[in-house]
Every structure is written in structure tokens, then in C-alpha cells.
Write a new protein. Structure first.
Length: 283
């Protein structure tokens, strides 16, 4: 609704400009028919030009105002998204603390009955979960770390094994945190859908944050069904989706963000895994 309210004044101004132009064309036509004297038509030229000038100035002012409003709206949306991620992170931390108490009680129970083999297997499973958390904590961007905590919880709720490998600092990445979260969030959501919408054993999603020379490589890998080459050729187009119920804008947004910062995208897909890679230059 706000966008519509911003656009309506521009539409009105453009309509008035077209009306004035139509009147000018009409006056030229009338002059050719000698229906009025030249003096009468000359009187109309100055006020028409003045009105056109004022409308042009007003159009520029309105355009600047709308541009500022759009930018502010985007910033507010990014802040709201960050708050949602932080809120979800707090919920995840509370849940993990609650689960940790249960783990301690379970381990204590195993030790009481001297079930040492069982406690070893149990602790091995916990250590695998902790490894993911440690990898997320190692990401030196608080906003991205918050997002990954949320995504880890989503993966767990779908019984999807989630791995994070981080070997690079994100301090030199030129992408804004809000846009970086949009990029990674869409890629991870896409990977989660790929492994949950097909019947496969041991569904896995892996995120790799790495560096090659002066370039970041953000890789999201899933072991879902392979993507055909024809689909790969169109997968970043706006509105394209392999799922009928989806609008297919997530990967298009990823493409827009990567290209905004002069980066490139690459997809490889086979029977073993599908790998989405974003290459972004450092600053």
C-alpha cells in the first residue's frame, strides 16, 4: 500500500504532462487550419511551457522522494529480518540449554548402570552436534552466525544432517550482512527442500565458507536428486521453479545479490550431490 501511495503522485504528474503535450500538439494542428490567429496561439505557449517545467521539476522531486522511501523500506526490512534471526537464535540457545540438561541426566544414568559402551555411543552423537555448533560459532559475522543457528535448528527438525565448514574470515566480504543472509538463507532453504521433497536415506546439507586467493567461495551442497541441465540453464531466471507451488524467486534473488557485487555463480549436479557455489571478490 505504501508503494502504491508513492507511485500515484507520479502517475498523476505524468498524465498532466501528457495532457499538456496533447494540447500543444492540438494547438499546432489548429494553427495549420487557420482557425485562430497566430497571436492567440502565442499567448498559450508561455503558460504551457511553464506548466511543463513545473511538472518536470515536481517529477524529479517525487522520484528522489520515492527512491529514498524505497531505500528506507529496504533498510527497515533488513533490520526486521535481523531481529527475527536474533529472536530465533535466543530460542535456539534456550532449547540447547534445556537439551544439555537432558544429556547430562542421560549420561549420568548410563554411568549409574555401568553402561559404558552405550554412553560412548551417546556422547559420540552429541559431539557431532557440537561440531556443527562450533563451526557456526567460528563464523566471524554475528548476523550470519545467527542465521546459521536458525538454519541448523530447521535442519534438525527435518532430520537433515547439517554440516558447516568455515575456513575463511568474512571481514573482507563486500556484501552487506542483510544481503549475505538473504543469499545464504535462500541457498540453504533450496537445499533443505531438495533433500526433504524426495525419499532419500541420510539427507545431508553442507555449507562451506572458503577462500581462494582474493576470492570468497560460498558453497551449499545437498545430496538430493540431481538437477537436469535444462533446468540448470533456467534456474536463476525470475519465476522459474521446479516446484509448481513455488514462485521461484529465491535463486533469482541470489543471482541479483551476487551480480551486484561483481560475483559469479556455478552449479554442478550429479547422482551424488548438487553444489551451488557463489564466487565473490574480497575488498
Amino acid at each position: 500500500m505504501d508503494r502504491l501511495n508513492n507511485i500515484i503522485p507520479i502517475i498523476i504528474i505524468v498524465v498532466f504532462e501528457l495532457l499538456i503535450l496533447a494540447l500543444l500538439n492540438l494547438s499546432v494542428y489548429i494553427a495549420g487550419t487557420n482557425a485562430f490567429t497566430t497571436g492567440n496561439l502565442t499567448i498559450l505557449i508561455f503558460p504551457m511551457n511553464a506548466v511543463l517545467f513545473l511538472l518536470a521539476v515536481t517529477s524529479v522531486i517525487m522520484f528522489i522522494r520515492i527512491s529514498v522511501n524505497i531505500q528506507e523500506e529496504a533498510e527497515n526490512r533488513a533490520r526486521l529480518e535481523s531481529l527475527k534471526h536474533l529472536e530465533a537464535l535466543m530460542q535456539t540457545m534456550r532449547r540447547q540449554r534445556h537439551e544439555f540438561n537432558h544429556h547430562l541426566q542421560t549420561v549420568y544414568g548410563f554411568l549409574c548402570v555401568e553402561a559404558y559402551v552405550e554412553v560412548k555411543d551417546y556422547l559420540q552423537g552429541i559431539l557431532e552436534e557440537v561440531a556443527v555448533t562450533n563451526a557456526i560459532i567460528s563464523v566471524d559475522n554475528p548476523g550470519v552466525s545467527a542465521l546459521l543457528h536458525v538454519k541448523a535448528a530447521q535442519m534438525e527438525s527435518h532430520n537433515v544432517q547439517f554440516e558447516v565448514t568455515n575456513t575463511a574470515s568474512l571481514k573482507k566480504i563486500p556484501v552487506k550482512t542483510s544481503e549475505l543472509n538473504e543469499l545464504l538463507g535462500n541457498l540453504l532453504d533450496n537445499a533443505l527442500e531438495a533433500v526433504t521433497e524426495c525419499s532419500i536415506k541420510n539427507p545431508k546439507v553442507k555449507l562451506i565458507i572458503s577462500q581462494r586467493g582474493e576470492e570468497y567461495i560460498l558453497s551449499v551442497i545437498n545430496n538430493g536428486l540431481p538437477i537436469s541441465q535444462s533446468a540448470i540453464n533456467k534456474i536463476f531466471d525470475p519465476g522459474f521453479s521446479t516446484k509448481k507451488e513455488h514462485l521461484g524467486m529465491g535463486l533469482y534473488i541470489v543471482k541479483q545479490i551476487v551480480e551486484k557485487y561483481g560475483g559469479t555463480l556455478n552449479i554442478t549436479s550429479n547422482e551424488r550431490a548438487t553444489n551451488f557455489q557463489a564466487f565473490i571478490k574480497m575488498v
